[in-house]
Design a protein around this ligand. Structure first.
Ligand SMILES: *[C@@H]1O[C@H](CO)[C@@H](O)[C@H](O)[C@H]1NC(C)=O
Ligand SMILES: *[C@@H]1O[C@H](CO)[C@@H](O)[C@H](O)[C@H]1NC(C)=O
Ligand SMILES: *[C@@H]1O[C@H](CO)[C@@H](O)[C@H](O)[C@H]1NC(C)=O
Length: 357
């Protein structure tokens, strides 16, 4: 119940920020920005949501815990970044447009993720994308305890992305031939954070299905649907995987159907399928101490965990309530606090099922 009430409160908060914004003629998702030609700010708009809050050129002078770098990476389990708020005690709903990069490693001109923030990480490399799912202490990343967060992506309500002007690069795609020093932009990526979890997926634009593998029209149904996974809290692993079935697609009696998330004003009372993670193999596990040697010493943690909401990993009852709950409040196709409440519930359900199996 605490979880549900929290979700309603946060959704209401997020909703106050959702107003009609005109969709730009030069959306972020269409901006081809080679790593060697990154501008100071990739977003030049000033209307509606205002100018880009940070910058994209990041270097040794911007590498500190106040960095406003908005250029992120997903390279390897020991080398990735998360987008999270610049100031303590924030909700994702309130700060979706201004998130900044926090990385596991020095060298990207960003903040460093604090020690103790990463509690379990699974990286899955598939033909079409690299996906990172993690269990986190979100208070160490400036996200207030109990916030179920929402979706950040290269789309956004106005096409400017969340964060506005957020860029994402990787050296993990096959086209890179294992060259760690050559970065390819991912223009299609999705990312959910909140509820002490995150899931990030960078799709390879050179592959045919990037748009659907990194679909961002399903912001209300969280990681369980957008990045089906079997990540385990406390485990740090890298796996190879098949591409997931695009979000919304499911097969009944050999017939493929597509479910679409309804308009924000419409309740999601049920979803006609339960997502399953794509097949994975060759998982290699690591110890976190071996992986993360550059983390910032803790101290930026603000809120102590005062709510039990985050530990209320869902029973199926909770998940159903959350899904139903999201319906009555809902938000636009942008970040939405409720997305994550569902995520958390459904991942919880899924983990329980796995553990029983
Ligand atoms: C380092 O990054 C800052 C912020 O983007 C930029 O103003 C500065 O010119 C950069 N310095 C170099 C040497 O590129
Ligand atoms: C690339 O980086 C990863 C870790 O980030 C490392 O395991 C791998 O050995 C590196 N590859 C090369 C060719 O240096
Ligand atoms: C993950 O495990 C840590 C350490 O046991 C725990 O404190 C945290 O609540 C767990 N996270 C989630 C989301 O269950």
């Amino acid at each position: 119940m605490i979880k549900l009430i929290t979700s309603y409160v946060l959704a209401a908060t997020a909703l106050t920020h959702v107003s009609a914004q005109s969709f730009v003629s030069d959306p972020l998702v269409d901006k081809v920005v080679p790593y060697t030609a990154i501008p100071y700010q990739v977003d030049q708009h000033t209307a509606d949501r205002g100018p880009q809050s940070g910058y994209n050129i990041c270097n040794s002078t911007t590498e500190n815990q106040k960095s406003m770098c908005q250029t992120s990476f997903i390279n390897h389990i020991d080398d990735f970044c998360l987008f999270a708020p610049p100031e303590p005690d924030s909700t994702i709903g309130d700060t979706e447009g201004i998130e900044v990069a926090w990385c596991t490693k020095k060298g990207h001109g960003t903040r460093l993720i604090p020690e103790g923030a990463l509690q379990g990480i699974q990286v899955v490399q598939s033909p079409g994308y690299i996906q990172v799912v993690g269990f986190i202490d979100q208070t160490k990343l400036n996200i207030v305890a109990g916030d179920y967060g929402g979706e950040l992506d290269s789309g956004g309500q106005d096409g400017r992305g969340n964060p506005i002007g957020g860029l994402l690069y990787t050296n993990a795609f096959p086209s890179n031939n294992g060259n760690n020093n050559s970065y390819q932009q991912s223009r299609r990526w999705t990312y959910f954070i909140g509820g002490n979890m995150f899931c990030a997926k960078a799709c390879d634009d050179t592959q045919p299905n990037a748009e659907h593998l990194c679909e961002h029209i399903y912001d209300r149904i969280g990681c369980a649907y957008n990045a089906p996974n079997n990540a385990k809290n406390g485990t740090f692993e890298v796996c190879e995987g098949d591409d997931m079935t695009p979000v919304g697609q499911y097969v009944v009696n050999g017939v493929t159907s597509t479910w679409f998330q309804p308009d924000a004003t419409v309740s999601i009372t049920s979803i006609p399928y339960t997502p399953t993670p794509a097949a994975s193999s060759n998982c290699v596990t690591y110890t976190s101490s071996a992986l993360y040697t550059d983390l910032a010493t803790s101290g930026s943690s603000s809120a102590s965990a005062t709510t039990s909401a985050s530990s209320g990993r869902g029973t199926s009852g909770t998940a159903t309530q959350s899904v139903a709950g999201s319906s009555s409040t809902g938000a636009s196709n942008s970040a939405n606090a409720l997305g994550i409440s569902i995520v958390s519930g459904l991942i919880g359900v899924f983990s329980s099922v796995l553990m029983l199996a």
